[in-house]
Write a protein that binds this ligand. Sequence first.
Ligand code: S0N
Length: 289
Amino acid sequence: YQRVHGEVPSHPPVWRVVPDDSGKGFTDIIYEKTVGEGIAKITINRPEKRNSFRPLTVKELMRAFSDARDDTSIGVIIFTGKGTEAFCSGGDQSVRIKTGYADPADVGRLNVLDLQVQIRRLPKPVIAMVAGYAVGGGHILHMVCDLTIAADNAVFGQTGPKVGSFDAGYGCSIMTRLIGPKRAREMWFMARFYNAAEADKMGLVNTVVPLASLEQETVKWCRQILRNSPTAIRVCKSALNAVDDGHAGLQELAGNATLLFYSTEEANEGKTAYLNKTRPNFSKFPRLP
Ligand code: S0N
């Protein structure tokens, strides 16, 4: 098997910056794709604020994730923060008002919740590549990603109970699934920070690597995933989320069943008969056990 598949290469990929096709231009993020490899990389670019997000940051992230979803040459997405100090430190507290987080001359909003759902439903693996702090809403963003590769300087934790905020949605429900109910309570009630080794032990991350090789290792994981069946991965992602996401999770999984069914002769028989105004002949299809 190893002989047929060979080693996963570890050379650095060639990245090209993707412009914002909405015409607005990205200011808070950097969006890149590899040349010829099927990897997208979305980077929060506010290192001077420890990559905290304001509503504009989230809007730009959602446009980039949407593009990566629609691009059929992209099979896996890396989500990260600029620099080595932070993946993301959550909502930008300096723009927090009584109705959420607000950009200048705009109303307050909690649009990071829409981003969480978008990542969760995106039918391609999203890998959080974490150097430095992943705290507050930034910790939740790494948790909603499918995989987390942590640098050895990574620090994880919730700060909400200290700064007067909380995420009682995915921030609690996914966490309790990931690390168990006792640890999740500890993380929220104590609001302490955990280093990379502790996070690894708790099952919060998939692996911990030296900071200097963080991107190299993450890209290797991407390349390994890209060797595998995109449909198998797509269906497994929706199946892994289905129970926790309730009706929405079932809908996502069921959508994949419909997608696959549309490619069969049996489904085509029904459509063709309808368009030809004839009665469909489904009797030729086996009733499998
Ligand atoms: C990350 C920390 C621990 C880093 O400490 P360090 O390295 O000592 O750096 P600092 O000197 O503290 O920071 C450098 C500069 O960056 C600014 N800054 C950092 N984080 C933020 C932030 N979150 N908002 C605004 N500014 C930030 C510092 O102020 C400093 O700037 P200068 O130099 O000008 O003073 C440390 O920085 C820290 O603890 N940060 C705060 C972490 C935090 O409490 N985050 C907010 C937690 N809450 C949320 O995220 C809520 C999010 C949300 O929108 C939400 C709402 C509803 C439902 C769900 C969610 C959700 O969470 O998803």
